[in-house]
Design a protein around this ligand. Structure first.
Ligand code: G1P
Length: 297
């Protein structure tokens, strides 16, 4: 029996420079996919997987993110008076029980591993999840839930995995696994952002993790890695030879890299077309746009 995973860490301290000037005043996690901020997609996925405690590792300039989870009594009263029950439900779906959220500051940008390590005192001696809100995953069964189910069988550490084009390995943590395993694969090596020539495979780590508490101890002592930063990948790799082990889980679903402009736009189109109230009008518009573009070529 593995311990239930009830805590999740959300590293949200990044500057979001790729989305300047928007991120000058808006944290990138508040940027909106159709009508929900990226962070809400991450929270909804965590809740679906049974997470009860939400730990945000933030930084200066992220207060809008903290405000987002506050209750909004004036708005609530107005919507109730106007009989806008559906909108009231939407508003309430963003509320979190008191005490369920904790904010920790990362005082220096020293990398993803360092951000996760900042949450060590709140994690204690339990397995925990990490969700990178930039990676938005559309799936029938939410990705973290798929992983929690697989983790029940394996224990140890688990990372979400997906094949990427060979020339893109230098943007990801990359896994070395034995061939011929199913969707849950025992990992025998992992390396952060290798050049294609040095990559052990094209199986990349995507921003969902379930980690044994020992990873926090490894983060205490791990040296700076790729990009001169404390890398989460390096600390997880230290678990490979432990009795617990590390597993990659090939999830089902479509992943969007909302940390890049092209990925964000693709996600906007996909999530827009998935919405009943937008599908016809938006689909028609895209169709016309493509026709105009094709005619011009
Ligand atoms: C981080 C991780 C990397 C992982 C990626 C997934 O990199 O360090 O191992 O593959 O997220 O999105 P980042 O995108 O923060 O550079």
């Amino acid at each position: 029996m593995t311990t239930r995973v009830t805590k999740a860490v959300f590293p949200v301290a990044g500057l979001g420079t790729r989305f300047l000037p928007a991120t000058k005043s808006v944290p990138k996690e508040i940027m909106t996919l159709v009508d929900k901020p990226l962070i809400q997609y991450a929270i909804d996925e965590a809740r679906a997987a049974g997470i009860e405690e939400f730990i945000f590792v933030t930084a200066r300039g992220k207060s809008a993110l903290e405000d987002y989870f506050d209750h909004a009594p004036e708005l609530e009263t107005r919507l109730a008076e106007d009989g806008k029950d559906q909108l009231l439900d939407v508003l309430k779906s963003t509320y979190m029980p008191s005490g369920a959220i904790a904010y920790i500051r990362q005082h220096q940008a020293m990398g993803l591993g360092h951000a996760v390590w900042c949450a060590r005192n709140l994690i204690g001696d339990e397995p925990f999840a990490v969700i990178l809100p930039d990676d938005v995953i559309a799936a029938e069964k939410p990705c973290l839930q798929q992983m929690v189910e697989a983790h029940r069988e394996t224990g140890g550490c688990m990372v979400a995995a997906m094949e990427v084009p060979n020339e893109r390995t230098s943007s990801y943590g990359v896994l070395d696994v034995e061939a011929g395993q199913g969707d849950t694969m025992k990992v025998r090596g992992m390396v952060e952002k290798p050049k294609p020539a040095d990559a052990p495979s094209n199986l990349a780590v995507i921003g969902r993790y379930i980690l044994s508490p020992q990873v926090m101890q490894h983060l205490d002592s791990v040296e700076k890695g790729a990009g001169g930063e404390i890398q989460l990948t390096d600390a997880i790799a230290k678990e490979i030879d432990s009795p617990r082990g590390v597993f990659g889980h090939r999830f089902s679903g479509e992943r969007y890299d909302c940390g890049s402009k092209a990925g964000f736009l693709q996600a906007t189109v996909a999530f827009g077309l998935a919405r009943d109230e937008l599908r016809d009008e938006f689909g028609q518009y895209l169709h016309e746009m493509m026709a105009i573009r094709n005619a011009a070529q």
